[in-house]
Design a binder for this molecule. Structure first.
Ligand SMILES: *[C@@H]1O[C@H](CO)[C@@H](O)[C@H](O)[C@H]1NC(C)=O
Ligand SMILES: *[C@@H]1O[C@H](CO)[C@@H](O)[C@H](O)[C@H]1NC(C)=O
Ligand SMILES: *[C@@H]1O[C@H](CO)[C@@H](O)[C@H](O)[C@H]1NC(C)=O
Ligand SMILES: *[C@@H]1O[C@H](CO)[C@@H](O)[C@H](O)[C@H]1NC(C)=O
Ligand SMILES: *[C@@H]1O[C@H](CO)[C@@H](O)[C@H](O)[C@H]1NC(C)=O
Ligand SMILES: *[C@@H]1O[C@H](CO)[C@@H](O)[C@H](O)[C@H]1NC(C)=O
Ligand SMILES: *[C@@H]1O[C@H](CO)[C@@H](O)[C@H](O)[C@H]1NC(C)=O
Ligand SMILES: *[C@@H]1O[C@H](CO)[C@@H](O)[C@H](O)[C@H]1NC(C)=O
Ligand SMILES: *[C@@H]1O[C@H](CO)[C@@H](O)[C@H](O)[C@H]1NC(C)=O
Length: 824
């Protein structure tokens, strides 16, 4: 609580000093001026004057009072900055209007009320909401004015985002112009009340992102919005209001969602340990989240290359444009609709198309919905409104279907109207459809966190492109006669074959560093002494040259301090090579599984490595525009730099080799025994959660110093996962920790790491946390959920499961970390 002197301000400008007690409230005889603040009862929020960023202007605002980093969550006079706030006061009028007056009594800013108050007070609540109310009436519903109803760029727990349907007032966020200027920027984050409501991110009047309609459980484009132990969320749609909001289960956490200037909706959580805000997820980041990227009747799949396709039964409207990767013209039907004899084709796992012009009825069932759609010739699709309890309600689309994408985790189906003859043709090609389903499953776990969800992922750092550096390195840039275009060279550094052959002494055995998933790796040294790692890809990739180059360009852009940097590539005839930065300290397996070398890694270093890998993986999953699933994360794919910082290698390669995911590609690396998840081994499904599984294995290996595969114990036949799980259940998991680690460790961190590792390796992919949750769990000390039993906790499980998939003999040698499973 803060005590501060209060001044009584009378209209006669007579000042009387009133000794005042600490308070979160001002009444009509008190006011706030420069230097004063009022603090909410629990001490979380503070209201007063401040200057954002480097600005010299003064603003009246609300910020977090307990943290060292000044973070304003609301600004009153965002459009009318004060040059100088001396003599400026905030007071409450007798009618209940908050007014900000300058020294000469001119109005700078005011709140607004519809009915005059009798005995008003203004109170700063512990939710961060500044409320004007009748004294003694604590019911928020009766309040006269709330700052929560006039959001700035920050969406806070318990704030409503939507519309009051009685007054027509919209509650929406607008970005700041810049970190130094809180005036309204051009990004708005708004729930549109037309058709069936959805949340949009707009840049001026252009839609950038769309959440998809609420389906009873979440917005259709936000499959990650799921029940969780941190917050609850809800959508209310009735005659009085439409809104979305979330509510924190533990009030003492500091969370906020911000509409940033670039249009990303970012959410942050405060981490006491580091005294900083963690960027806990950026929604709408991947390419498929770009509104209507694939045009009308197109569909986006983030791990397809290219990402756009037409809906089944449609073809590109302007093929030439599509060939040039401009999909905006969209798709048209192969066979026009015949109003009377049409039928429907089901599409599963989709983010529902735009509902701006949709019609809905909450009480119809799916059959009624279908027949209603059939009756109207311009109706093009239908679906349930609510997917709970087997589905209910009816949502109809008219005309083109805009902005659909594929998500594996969406349970939602939509039925798309087709000419009967198209449907027959489609059925004939059922195989095709099947492979589509498979593709969809494989592909789309790439999931976007939907906007509001926001609350799902953490990133520790700011990503800086180091283009400049890249350019320097491309001193070895080749002039391969095929690829002379300068512009391309800048985007995709190309090295020529002769340079590489020289650097690796003609790919000599002495220069061989190892053998990775996609080919041999050599150490290269350029004439000027620069070192690099050259991966010579095996020649079996079926991918076309353009596709390959496109993917390499994408991977070059993935830059993070916990990823091995790809410097460029070398293409000559059949030969393809990837050029990486060279890391002298070899890979993690070299240290942790070796009795002598493991002494070099004490607990703080291991913990640092665990955190680094988590951040790198999170970046791949969540923050890069590609949403890369690594698919082969393991100790030998984590390299260490001079300072023992971990760097993940071999990421994105599956994409490079991917080509058409629907085709069985016998040369594809699919994972390594001991690290692959049950769903991959059994069904060939990979997703972000398969990487989480591998990460969990890796964590347990780092803590224990044992390989998962090849682990043996006199008492049982379990592998490391089974062993850890067994000890955990008996409360003895501390026994997993090896001697040296034990001496240098912070026990709570070690135990927590084991616990998190076990959460990551749970059998059911849905139970596993995502990487953002993992990073958050590593970053704080909250209670963790109980893990369920791990997948593959005996060696037998794995061998049996993989048998059905692989024609390869399972690797039998202990510690054969290069043994690779081949995809079906
Ligand atoms: C406002 O609050 C102060 C301090 O609590 C009190 O002395 C004063 O009487 C109050 N004024 C009104 C109008 O309630
Ligand atoms: C800001 O204040 C200075 C001096 O107090 C004055 O000269 C200047 O005109 C003011 N600027 C604005 C924009 O009010
Ligand atoms: C108060 O605001 C008015 C209107 O913006 C302005 O004309 C006046 O100069 C300001 N007075 C002071 C003392 O800043
Ligand atoms: C106050 O609200 C009314 C309607 O609710 C609006 O017409 C008026 O312009 C508002 N006044 C201010 C100062 O915002
Ligand atoms: C929106 O504002 C940002 C900077 O704040 C600017 O870069 C961008 O061009 C603006 N967009 C439009 C459509 O004006
Ligand atoms: C809420 O979080 C705080 C700090 O993170 C913690 O001390 C407290 O125990 C938590 N409360 C509950 C009910 O979990
Ligand atoms: C529409 O379909 C019905 C039944 O399949 C067929 O009899 C009719 O000729 C079709 N009409 C057109 C215009 O194609
Ligand atoms: C919604 O559907 C129900 C059940 O079919 C029907 O009784 C009702 O009239 C429909 N409402 C509207 C507005 O069409
Ligand atoms: C079909 O639906 C559209 C959009 O709701 C409506 O404008 C049109 O009148 C309907 N046509 C018929 C024949 O019901």
């Amino acid at each position: 609580m803060k005590y501060f002197p209060m001044l009584l301000f009378c209209s006669s400008l007579l000042l009387i000093i009133v000794s005042s007690t600490a308070t979160d409230t001002i009444n009509t005889t008190q006011f706030v001026r420069e230097g004063d603040t009022i603090v909410s009862a629990g001490g979380t929020y503070e209201l007063g004057f401040f200057s954002p960023g480097k600005s010299k202007n003064r603003y009246l605002g609300i910020w977090y009072s307990k943290i060292s980093v000044q973070t304003a969550v609301w600004v009153a006079n965002r459009e009318t900055p004060l040059n100088d706030s001396s003599g400026v006061i905030l007071r409450l009028t007798n009618q209940g209007i908050l007014v900000l007056l300058n020294r000469s009594g001119s109005l700078i800013w005011s709140s607004n009320i519809s009915t005059p108050a009798r005995n008003p007070v203004a109170q700063l609540l512990d939710s961060g909401n500044l409320v004007v109310k009748e004294e003694g009436d604590d019911n928020l519903e009766n309040s006269l004015w709330q700052s929560f109803e006039h959001p700035g760029d920050t969406f806070m727990p318990d704030m409503k985002q939507g519309r009051n349907r009685i007054t027509g007032m919209d509650w929406y966020m607008t970005s700041w112009k810049s970190p130094d200027d809180p005036s309204r920027g051009n990004i708005t984050y708004i729930l549109v009340p037309y058709g069936y409501p959805e949340i949009l991110v707009m840049e001026d009047s252009r839609v950038k992102y769309r959440s998809g309609p609420w389906n009873g459980m979440r917005f259709s484009g936000t499959p990650h919005l799921r029940p969780n132990p941190v917050y609850t969320f809800g959508f209310v749609f009735n005659d009085k209001e439409i809104f979305y909001r979330y509510h924190l289960l533990n009030r003492s956490k500091l969370w906020r969602v911000v509409a940033s200037q670039n249009g990303d909706i970012t959410n942050f959580v405060w981490v006491d340990k580091t005294q900083s805000w963690l960027l806990y997820g950026t929604a709408n980041t991947d390419n498929c989240e770009r509104y209507s990227l694939c045009g009308a009747n197109g569909i986006c799949s983030i791990s397809n290359s290219p990402v756009c396709d037409c809906l089944n039964g449609f073809v590109p409207k302007i093929q030439k444009d599509w060939d040039a990767m401009d999909w905006s013209s969209g798709c048209v039907r192969k066979i026009p609709l015949n109003c009377s004899g049409d039928e429907f084709r089901k599409l599963s796992g989709a983010k529902l198309p735009e509902t701006k012009t949709s019609w809905f009825n909450k009480s119809m069932n799916l059959e009624e919905c279908k027949s209603t759609c059939l009756k109207n010739c311009s109706c093009t699709a239908y679906s349930n409104l609510d997917i709970r309890d087997g589905g209910s309600g009816c949502l109809l689309w008219f005309g083109d279907l805009i902005d659909s994408r594929i998500f594996i985790e969406n349970e939602q189906d939509i039925y798309i109207r087709m000419a009967a003859s198209e449907l027959d043709a489609g059925d004939a090609a059922k195989d095709n459809a099947k492979s589509n389903v498979k593709r969809r499953i494989m592909v789309s776990t790439a999931l976007s966190t939907g906007v509001l969800v926001l609350i799902i992922a953490v990133v520790f750092y700011v990503w800086k492109r180091k283009q400049q550096k890249n350019r320097n390195i491309s001193g070895g840039l080749g002039r391969s006669s095929n690829y002379k275009h300068k512009k391309e060279a800048l985007e995709l550094p190309l090295f020529d074959f002769d340079t590489m052959a020289f650097a690796t002494r003609n790919f000599s055995d002495e220069n061989k560093l190892g053998e990775g998933g996609f080919g041999l790796v050599y150490k290269g040294t350029l004439k000027d002494g620069r070192e690099m790692a050259v991966k010579r890809l095996s020649k079996n990739s079926r991918q076309g040259l353009d596709e390959f180059k496109n993917e390499v360009k994408n991977i070059v852009k993935l830059q993070h301090r916990n990823l091995v940097k790809l410097l460029g590539c070398c293409i000559e005839g059949e030969e393809k090579m990837l050029i990486y930065e060279f890391l002298p300290n070899k890979s993690l397996d070299f240290f942790i599984f070796d009795e002598a070398k493991s002494l070099l890694l004490d607990w703080p270093q291991r913990y640092h490595i665990i955190n680094g890998i988590a951040c790198g993986l999170l970046y791949l999953h969540q923050d890069s525009r590609l949403r890369v699933i690594h698919r082969d994360l393991k100790a030998s794919n984590v390299l260490l730099d001079y300072e023992m910082n971990p760097k993940i290698s071999d990421f994105g390669l599956a994409r490079c080799f991917g080509g058409n995911e629907t085709e069985a590609n016998t040369n594809k690396v699919a994972g390594t025994y001991g690290y692959i998840s049950p769903e991959y081994a059994k069904y060939g499904l990979y997703s972000l959660k398969s990487d989480v599984f591998s990460f969990g294995v890796l964590m347990l290996e780092i803590v224990s110093g044992y390989r998962n595969r090849g682990f043996c114990h006199p008492d049982h036949q379990l592998n490391l996962l089974g062993h850890a799980w067994r000890l955990f259940k008996e409360g003895r998991h501390v026994e997993l920790v090896g001697g040296l680690i034990f001496e240098t460790c912070k026990l709570s961190e070690v135990l927590r790491s084991i616990h998190i590792g076990l959460l990551c390796v749970q059998e059911n992919a849905k139970d596993r946390p995502n990487m953002s949750q993992v990073v958050l769990m590593l970053g704080n000390e909250d209670e963790l959920p109980q893990p369920k039993h791990p997948g593959f906790f005996t060696e037998r499980d794995l061998i049996e499961a993989s048998h059905s998939l692989s024609q390869n003999k399972p690797c039998s040698a202990n510690g054969c970390s290069f043994s690779l499973l081949e995809a079906r």
